[in-house]
Design a protein around this ligand. Structure first.
Ligand code: NBP
Length: 478
């Protein structure tokens, strides 16, 4: 075979990834279950580089140089298994199958194990950046063996987004590590968007400002620490006017957020690993709440919304806006700190040895959460790879401490005026909980011991203790 790399699955993502590879001088074998897609890719973009089209999967495999690298970019789930099952008998020892779909990392672990038993390398690879990223430079998060990365890493690094000359692609770790990190990335994306939405809501209701006016506030914020793709596109969405009605676009969109499930996966796994990713969880639940139209209507009818717009006095407008900015930044620091804790917990659980600083580096470009702030995260982990929490890294500690008064004023204002800010509020609660010397968890331990003899540990002695609550309340030591 003559092609360096192959892509099977040529819907929007696979098509754009194949074009990106071809544009970077790789000879790309292309295949799709329905041949028409393969034909249209070559007809429309054949001049962008070298494509080697095949109608059958067997011819596609034959057109590849050994050891073969086959990218599978099909609808995640049973489709991926179907393609793998068809591919495996056609491959030879040492060949590499790369799944760039949005697979759950547990599926990736299962597939990796199955293919390893057949002498094949399986690379579960997170890709972020949507259609445009796939074409112009995504953030790429490959898992799998080091051997596989040595073979395909240079090709992936060539097509990834580049920031300051560094590609947004690195070998994340063995088996499911790449898809795990992609999952947490999406969870952080949920939290970041919820925080932005809460900031918008506060400005809109508090100031009585129009979406266009708020777009200008976000535009200003994008000049500072908050500079990021999500803030940038918030400006675009808020300033957009609906052609049909002449109203602000954001006012004609149904207020029910949808989800494809990666936020849910993140929260489910965090519960299993016991990582308090409260920002991501609240963001996921806020989307669920928005979708419960019937319950919302019932509650509106029962209680009314209770929000009095325009509560901020004229002389306080600037200060309030700055408070919301600081609260947004502090809450965002919490959301990312929690996300990186989750990555660390997964890394320990599955033995992946993920480098959190490098992970921050590959999110600086190409992906949805790309932001200036990720440089700071990388610096924090470079300075101390064993960092207990991002929150305590000097730069973030300062941001959170400096913003704390603003953060509190905003959460108070939200509560006073009937604005739901689950992500702002829970992030503040996390910060305050984490830094407390004594938590009321001591009382919970007492209750658990009383009703269930669950035992407790003492502050002044080793071992587990139980109080004979129903008896003479003496203490036993086990
Ligand atoms: P889709 O997720 O819409 O999948 C369509 C592709 O899957 C077509 O090529 C289709 O072939 C193929 N396919 C299916 Br469906 N079942 C198959 C089977 N049993 N055997 C062989 N091929 C099968 O495509 P997409 O939107 O390009 O996304 C591809 C992957 O990338 C997904 O896993 C997605 O989650 C992930 N992803 C998407 C984005 C994004 O922004 N869209 C971003 C990051 C990752 P056909 O043409 O013959 O029907």
């Amino acid at each position: 075979g003559s092609a360096n790399i192959g892509v099977t699955g040529l819907a929007v993502m696979g098509r754009n990834l194949a074009r990106n590879l071809a544009r970077h001088g790789h000879r790309v074998a292309v295949h799709n279950r329905t041949y028409a897609r393969t034909e249209s890719l070559v007809a429309e973009h054949g001049d962008e580089g070298t494509f080697v089209p095949s109608e059958s999967l067997a011819d596609f495999v034959d057109s590849l140089q050994k050891p073969r690298v086959v990218i599978v970019m099909v609808k995640a789930g049973p489709g991926t298994d179907a393609v793998i099952d068809e591919l495996v008998p056609l491959l030879e020892e040492g060949d590499i199958v790369v799944d760039t779909g949005n697979a759950h990392f547990a599926d990736t672990r299962r597939r990796e194990e199955a293919l390893k038993a057949q002498g094949l390398h399986f690379v579960g690879c997170g890709v972020s950046g949507g259609e445009e990223g796939a074409l112009l430079g995504p953030s790429i998060m490959p898992g799998g063996s080091k051997w596989a990365y040595d073979r395909l890493g240079p090709m992936f690094e060539s097509i990834a987004a580049q920031v300051d000359g560094t590609p947004c692609c690195t070998h994340v770790g063995p088996d499911g590590a790449g898809h795990f990190v992609k999952m947490v990335h999406n969870g952080i994306e949920y939290a970041d968007m919820q925080l932005i939405a809460e900031a918008y809501d506060l400005l809109r209701q508090g100031l009585g400002a129009t979406p266009a006016e708020i777009a200008e506030i976000f535009r200003g914020w994008n000049e500072g620490d908050l500079e990021s793709f999500l803030i940038e596109i918030t400006v675009d969405v808020l300033s957009h006017v609906d052609a049909r009605t002449g109203q602000a676009f954001v006012d004609v969109v149904q207020d029910q957020a949808e989800q494809k499930g990666t936020g849910r996966w993140t929260v489910q796994n965090a519960l299993e690993l016991g990582v308090p990713i409260t920002g991501i969880a609240e963001a996921t639940f806020a989307r669920s709440l928005s979708g419960h139209a019937d319950q919302r209507l019932a509650a509106q009818q029962a209680f009314g919304s209770g929000v009095q717009a325009g509560w901020v006095a004229a002389e306080d407008r600037e200060a309030f806006t700055e408070d919301v900015r600081a609260a947004l930044y502090a809450s965002k620091v919490v959301a990312y700190a929690q996300g990186f804790d989750h990555i660390q917990a997964g890394s320990e659980e599955f033995g992946w040895d993920i480098d959190r600083g490098r992970t921050a580096t590959i999110w600086r470009g190409g992906c949805i959460i790309r932001a200036r702030f990720l440089d700071r995260i990388r610096e924090a982990y470079d300075a101390n790879p064993e960092l207990e929490s991002l929150l305590v890294a000097p730069y973030f500690a300062e941001a959170v401490q400096n913003g704390a008064d603003s953060w509190r004023r905003v959460v108070v204002a939200a509560a006073t005026n009937g604005i739901a800010t689950p992500a702002f509020s829970s992030s503040l609660a996390y910060y305050d909980g984490l830094r407390r010397d004594r938590l009321p968890a001591a009382l919970i331990q007492g209750l658990r011991d009383l009703f269930g003899a669950h035992t407790y540990r003492r502050v002044d002695a080793e071992g587990s203790f139980h109080t004979l609550w129903a008896g003479d309340k003496s203490e036993t030591n086990s």
